[in-house]
Design a protein around this ligand. Structure first.
Ligand code: TYD
Ligand code: MG
Length: 464
């Protein structure tokens, strides 16, 4: 028998090293390296059974799309790519307290209502606590089968007997514990070993497995990357706890598109679907205030309008502050430099605060033009026109560049009653015309200086 050897895994990036270190050499995080006991394989000298040969096939054979079981919550089904796939594993990650258990209990209840068998295993809450929550959510009459358990061996034994199950929820994977490995629940080794067992069972039992995973404060799932590649889909549930909106985002999906989002609102009676997020994100917008612009954004395949707010405050002494919520701060610095150099907007003695209203986080470069409009509007104390949306990427020389899906963005704007859009100039490539919805005026902006000139024609000319 070979001697067990130890190896070390980084909780943050999953890198494996032969020796312990206070700081991970791969990702540079401190105190994330932990020991993982592994048993050495018998060497080649030991007699191992011969493997069976694997049949290789061609690519052209028939391939059916995976069968789907819609859960019945439209926002969730969209993010999953149409519903649950049998024998698949989904990881739902998010900050503690964001609403993962609430969402999954509601999903489980909804599926159970359509006559499916659903098991819910909680390692965090007692059965009584879950019953109380179910009452609050109005699903106490649902036929979900509940269990409070953390031992994977027990769970596996119970699931092997549970026939015809459609969905098993494990809340959360960090509380699960398998006795074949000597480390505490929540460690990389335990999370990986427990998940492996449960996923294997899902494939064998042909049910969909949903693992709940808590995210650590720096944004990774504890024991994270090691899990992401083991599952078929990774969904993140995010939002600002001060706001009631929650966004479910697919970051990996073997059976559907990533970047799809589902929008929910946390209410007294659980999560409510938000079929029209634009209206919600714009609900509190006040017209006629300088420093606000509406961005026609895209979340996955879905156009979403949101408000970009900029506030400028003079700071004649010392280094000015730049503070961003919901957008990338590096991108803001770049845009401020472009505004200053290419359009003559002086901001070097000004604090800049930028906020995407409603707690959304924007990653698209297409937001550049809206951010620039909000800043220019604040700088010259001129409100943007209330019926206008903005989208376009801004390059380093100040040029405004094309972005994807202009038509979908314009359609959403028209649907919400906007009457005009500021967008990149359409370069003459191809002869396909942009079909704008009727009644929507298009204003093409070729350069950031043209945008700035809309807010302060005189001073822009003077400074540029
Ligand atoms: P929870 O689902 O327990 O979060 P997680 O599983 O991600 O840790 O949600 C907890 C929060 O949601 C809690 O602060 C209370 C709030 N909540 C509501 O506002 N309404 C509800 O109906 C429920 C069940 C929870
Ligand atoms: Mg929970």
């Amino acid at each position: 028998m070979a001697k067990p050897v130890a190896r070390f895994v980084c909780r943050s990036c999953g890198a494996v090293t032969p020796k312990w270190a206070g700081r991970c050499e791969t990702c540079g995080e401190w105190n994330t390296v932990e020991e993982e006991a592994i048993v050495a394989r018998p060497g080649p000298a030991a007699k191992a059974p011969a493997g069976r040969s694997v049949a290789f096939v061609g690519l052209g054979g028939s391939a059916e799309p995976p069968p789907r079981t819609p859960i019945g919550i439209v926002e969730l089904d969209r993010v999953l790519g149409g519903g649950l796939v049998p024998a698949s594993a989904v990881l739902v990650g998010g900050d503690p307290g964001i609403g993962k258990s609430t969402l999954l209990l509601q999903a489980a209840a909804c599926l159970a209502r359509s006559g499916r068998r659903v098991l819910y295993v909680s390692g965090e809450e007692s059965v009584d606590q879950i019953r109380l929550r179910a009452r609050r959510l109005g699903v106490a009459d649902s036929s979900i089968e509940l269990a409070a358990a953390i031992n994977v061996r027990d769970i596996v034994a119970s699931l092997e007997q549970a026939k015809d199950t459609t969905l098993v929820v494990i809340d959360s994977i960090q509380t699960m514990w398998t006795d074949t490995i000597e480390s505490a629940p929540g460690t990389v080794t335990q999370v990986r070993a427990s998940s492996f067992e449960l996923i294997r069972l899902a494939k064998a039992g042909n049910f969909a497995l949903v693992l709940v995973g808590h995210v650590t404060k720096d944004g990774g799932l504890a024991g994270p990357r090691v899990l992401e590649h083991m599952v078929d889909a990774v969904l993140y549930f995010e939002g600002d706890r001060g706001h009631q909106f929650r966004i479910l985002r697919a970051v990996k999906n073997r059976f559907g598109a990533t970047d799809e989002i589902g929008v929910f609102e946390m209410t007294e009676a659980g999560l409510a679907e938000v079929p029209n997020p634009s209206a919600l994100f714009l609900a509190e917008r006040r017209g006629n205030i300088a420093g606000s612009a509406v961005f026609a954004g895209l979340e996955g395949s879905r156009p979403v309008l949101m408000e970009v707010q900029a506030l400028l405050a003079p700071n004649p002494a010392g280094s000015p502050r730049r503070s961003v919520i919901g957008w990338d701060s590096g991108r803001l610095s770049m845009l401020l430099a472009v505004l200053e150099t290419r359009a003559g907007v002086r901001l070097n003695q000004t604090d800049v605060y930028l906020n995407i209203a409603g707690g959304l986080r924007v990653t698209e470069p297409a937001a550049d033009l809206a951010v620039a409009a909000a800043i220019a509007s604040a700088a010259f104390e001129t409100p943007t026109s209330p019926g206008m949306v903005y989208f376009g990427e801004v390059g380093l020389s100040g040029e405004v560049r094309q972005v994807a899906q202009a038509e979908a963005r314009l359609k959403e704007a028209a649907k919400l009653g906007f009457d005009s859009a500021a967008l990149p100039r359409r370069v003459a490539h191809g002869n396909r015309k942009l079909s704008a919805p009727e009644g929507l005026r298009l204003e093409e902006i070729g350069h950031i200086a043209d945008l700035v000139a809309r807010f302060a024609p005189e001073s822009a000319k003077k400074n540029a």
